[in-house]
Design a protein around this ligand. Structure first.
Ligand code: CS2
Length: 506
């Protein structure tokens, strides 16, 4: 159980930045639990970092240091640090200080709890050696990104962090953050703004560019980000755009691990298991997958030694995962929200929804260019993962940001299915459930104000569906395709009249 113990010392970056905080990590008095820190970590009843943390130096800046990153890339890097100490992560939150505030007093350490049925396996992750918040000022973030030691800038900033038009994948020049960054290029706050300014400064200082590694659920995420960054650079400084295209690598990657938001019950359970209080542990499933396009001119950790798959072309895997896993997830999330299932596992216990999930996966699989035996097996494994009762993955979490997710999860699949004369009945239910869900009140989505206005304006469900379907930034050319809009409108109306179950395939 207690594997790989090495007496560790606080990594240099935390020593420099948080000396006052770490000094407070003395054993507390009375019944107060001991906080997870470098000083206390050896007491944790958990697997510990097996390397000397004091020797870790930064090599990666990660934008979007949320739960997903901490349960996925940071764990692969944690494994890689055993062989090469030069790849520590400086984690950047774009807006909120919560992660820094939770982890800085813990010297960046946190607990990863892998849950499967009744079993929970805790492990302490040490790969995050610094935490920054871009909203506090771009200076320290740009300094980290322009440090010659930084050879990779990776990202999990969610779909909306790309400031793009979800239907086309192009930069949205009307995005408020993009407009603000273009007006003050030295003080960027968006992802395209930060990347372009950091690359500009590196170029000016004669420092080789870093590799930009997207780890978000977008199709061809590397190519998409390269295009967005190129479009932003063209607006900021034309010569820079050509230099970026010629000199910066943007490998694509497919990431997969189900990571629910952390609850207080998780905190309590993990503290009881490890014996140390962790302000922000992260819970996940045993399954993890990372398929990475192997283009890293500035070097990379030996990700394959940590279990990642380095390949020449990621796109078939990304498409498979987006359409089968994420497409089914979103469908389940909207139906789950509509019929009152709090978690994915609860929704999978609803036979009609479980059947719809299988149908969505089969329809998605039929649009993919991969062996059908493999796809069947993949689908079965996904359904087993969705049923993991220990995860408490809330349907509300997945239902967020639908406008950014629906295009690549359902719309593109429907477009391809229709073009090949294949069935898309189940996929259509997913889209209609989203539209019906938008009528229920405020939603968590960058387009929420527009959705609220449409819900207020159109009392009739068919009119409301038409108004949503007319949003080209979500549906692209399908907004004008009657073969698409008519059945979706009819399904949305059926849901409004007879309840969501009335629209399930009979
Ligand atoms: C989910 C994903 O929240 C969501 O939209 O569909 O985060 C999903 O859990 C991951 O992509 C799994 O790898």
């Amino acid at each position: 159980m207690l594997a790989g113990r090495t007496r560790t010392a606080i990594p240099r970056l935390f020593r420099e930045r948080f000396e006052d905080v770490t000094e407070r990590a003395d054993p507390p008095s009375g019944d107060e639990p001991v906080r997870l820190t470098e000083r206390a970590v050896d007491r944790a009843a958990a697997r510990l970092p097996a390397y000397d943390r004091a020797r870790i130096t930064p090599g990666i800046v990660h934008l979007g240091v949320g739960n997903f990153h901490r349960a996925h890339q940071a764990v692969y890097v944690d494994d890689c640090l055993l062989a090469d100490t030069t790849w520590g992560i400086r984690g950047v939150s774009l807006r909120r200080p919560d992660m820094r505030d939770a982890l800085a007093p813990q010297d960046g350490l946190y607990t990863l709890a892998v849950k499967d049925g009744a079993s929970t396996q805790p492990r302490i992750i040490g790969s995050v050696i610094d935490l920054l918040v871009a909203a506090d000022g771009a200076g320290p973030v740009l300094a980290a990104m322009t440090d010659p030691a930084t050879r990779i800038v990776s990202l999990t900033v969610t779909e909306k962090g790309y400031c793009h038009d979800p239907a086309t994948g192009d930069l949205d020049p009307g995005n408020d953050g993009i407009k603000a960054d273009l007006a003050r290029p030295g003080q960027p706050a968006t992802v395209p703004g930060l990347l372009v300014e950091a690359l500009r400064q590196r170029r000016q200082a004669g420092i080789a560019p870093f590799t930009v590694l997207s780890c978000d659920n977008l199709p061809a995420n590397g190519r998409t980000l390269a295009r967005i960054v190129g479009q932003y650079a063209a607006l900021a400084d034309d010569s820079l755009s050509g230099w970026i295209t010629g000199n910066v690598a943007f490998p694509s990657s497919m990431v997969d691990r189900i990571v629910p938001a952390t609850s207080d019950a998780d905190r309590t359970e993990i503290q009881a298991l490890t014996g140390l209080a962790d302000a922000w542990p992260v819970v996940t499933e045993p399954f993890t997958q990372w398929v990475i396009e192997d283009v890293f001119p500035a070097g990379r950790p030996d990700f394959s030694a940590a279990g990642a798959e380095l390949v020449a072309d990621v796109e078939p895997f990304e498409k498979m995962k987006l359409r089968m896993l994420n497409g089914a997830h979103s469908t389940l999330a909207y139906f789950g929200q509509l019929v009152g299932h709090e978690t994915v596992a609860d929704a999978m216990n609803d036979a009609a929804l479980a059947q719809l999930v299988t149908q969505v996966m089969n329809e998605a699989a039929a649009t993919l260019d991969l062996p059908s035996r493999d796809l069947d097996q993949y689908g079965r494994a996904l359904r087993t993962r969705f049923r993991n009762p220990a995860l408490k993955h809330r349907t509300a979490q997945i239902a967020m940001d639908g406008s950014q997710k629906i295009p690549q999860r359902l719309i593109e699949t429907i477009r391809d299915a229709r073009a090949d004369g294949k069935n898309w009945d189940g996929l259509a239910r997913g889209v209609a459930a989203w539209i019906h869900f938008l009528r229920r009140g405020p939603v968590d989505d960058p387009m929420s104000e527009r959705f609220a206005a449409l819900a207020n304006r159109y009392g009739d469900p068919a009119d409301h569906a038409d108004a949503v379907l007319a949003m080209r930034e979500v549906f692209g050319p399908l907004s004008d395709a009657a073969w698409f809009t008519e059945p979706i409108r009819a399904l949305a109306a059926t849901m409004a009249e007879g309840g969501p179950r009335a629209a399930l395939p009979q």
